[in-house]
Design a protein around this ligand. Structure first.
Ligand code: ZN
Length: 271
């Protein structure tokens, strides 16, 4: 079985320090957390930018500072998010591509989230995928629904995503696909041959989804973007969530990939 690639998503678009003091929201905080998570066994770090009020933003300098710090202090595969729910010019969402990070997330379809629609126009999605190919950036194909897998397959067939395509199933977001083993198994069965996959369990789905990801031969993403709790009413740190998935992998006799091994598996071009 392939080695397990662990992604950590230390900060997303929703939680703030009011929800958990452990959330890193500035470049130095994300870099510090990134070092700990890399030492704990993570291979990929996926992050969003925040402004001084902790609101999600697309600040180019924020993305650049985190990328620079992580490259200086770790061997992590750095994945910048292009996710942004609010109306903006499409170039804003993909601007950081010219920093040539190892990876960027690619939302391939629209979906209703808890607080409203999240629009990803197929014309824009092709534009983002084209920019990523041009800059040697590997996309993480985020799938909030089964139909998004098919959108990813279409992009692959059009030559806009290189082999092997890397699908990440986001499960448990309100109004999108819920987490269940049956849904996950159906999503895996919908993948094209040779694809790699990972699972993102949101909130209480994180522990069972990441565990099933290990068991079924996929990969797992954990972190405070998706879930701020370690257990009932107990807040987690990013490092603790990575450490737990590493322990689970050990018990389940699945080896954890190093960042270099993950780079080879994903055929990452930049570094
Ligand atoms: Zn994200």
């Amino acid at each position: 079985m392939n080695k397990l690639i662990i992604t950590v998503a230390p900060v997303g678009s929703f939680s703030t320090k009011k929800d958990t003091p452990h959330l890193p929201v500035t470049p130095p905080e994300i870099i510090e957390d990134g070092i700990k998570c890399w030492e704990a066994g993570a291979s990929i770090l996926h992050y969003h930018a925040r402004d001084k009020d902790q609101k999600p933003c697309l600040d180019y300098d924020f993305f650049a500072k985190v990328l620079e710090g992580l490259r200086k202090h770790t061997k992590l595969i750095v994945q910048i998010s292009t996710g942004f729910r609010f109306p903006t010019h499409r170039d804003d969402r993909i601007r950081a591509v010219d920093l040539r990070p190892d990876m960027m997330s690619l939302n391939v379809g629209s979906v209703n989230l808890a607080r409203g629609p999240y629009i990803n126009d197929p014309v824009d999605v092709e534009y983002y995928a084209g920019k990523m190919i041009e800059h040697g950036v590997k996309p993480e194909i985020e799938c909030f629904d089964v139909s998004h897998i098919h959108a990813g397959i279409t992009l692959t067939k059009k030559g806009l995503i290189k082999d092997p395509p890397y699908f990440d199933f986001v499960m448990g977001v309100q109004n999108a696909i819920p987490y269940s083993p049956q849904h996950l198994i159906h999503m895996i069965g919908s993948l094209p041959p040779g694809a790699l996959w990972s699972v993102i369990g949101v909130a209480k789905a994180q522990l069972p989804a990441s565990t099933l990801g290990i068991v079924l031969g996929g990969n797992s993403r954990v972190g405070l973007e998706d879930n701020i709790f370690y257990s009932y009413k107990v807040l987690a740190t990013n490092e603790q969530l990575v450490q737990r998935v590493v322990r689970l992998a050990k018990e389940l006799q699945r080896e954890v990939a190093t960042p270099d091994e993950a780079r080879a598996m994903l055929k990452i071009e930049n570094s």
